[in-house]
Design a protein around this ligand. Structure first.
Ligand code: ZN
Length: 116
């Protein structure tokens, strides 16, 4: 007896057979090798998502997409636009608004072309 729908349709209300089938299905779901593969695959999906995120400047977003959706998350990550890097004050290295004329933290002058 194996754990599938054709076996389930043959059970026909026999409690003994139903318990046998339930046991088979429980064994299949609690097989540790299945879980190692599942966990390993999930980690790989998250890592590939993180790699995509590194190039899209959105590591957290793409890691979570890869973790939750696997290869579908990778495709979504690749289709989403890259996140623009926030400008950084050249004097104090803190993140500032692109529209700011002066750094809000140290007061250093920010020119629109000199922002990195
Ligand atoms: Zn500054």
């Amino acid at each position: 007896m194996s754990c599938d729908f054709s076996t389930l349709s043959k059970v026909q209300g026999d409690p003994e057979q139903a318990m046998d089938l339930l046991q088979q299905c429980t064994d299949a779901l609690t097989d540790p090798s299945l879980w190692y593969w599942t966990i390993g695959f999930t980690i790989v999906c998250a890592l590939v998502g993180a790699l995509i995120g590194k190039y899209k400047n959105a590591v957290v977003r793409d890691t979570l997409l890869g973790l939750a959706l696997g290869p579908i998350g990778w495709i979504i990550s690749l289709l989403l636009p890259a996140v623009k890097a926030k400008p950084v004050c050249p004097a104090c290295k803190r993140v500032v608004d692109a529209s700011d004329k002066h750094c809000r933290y140290c007061g250093a002058e920010l020119n629109s072309t000199g922002l990195r």
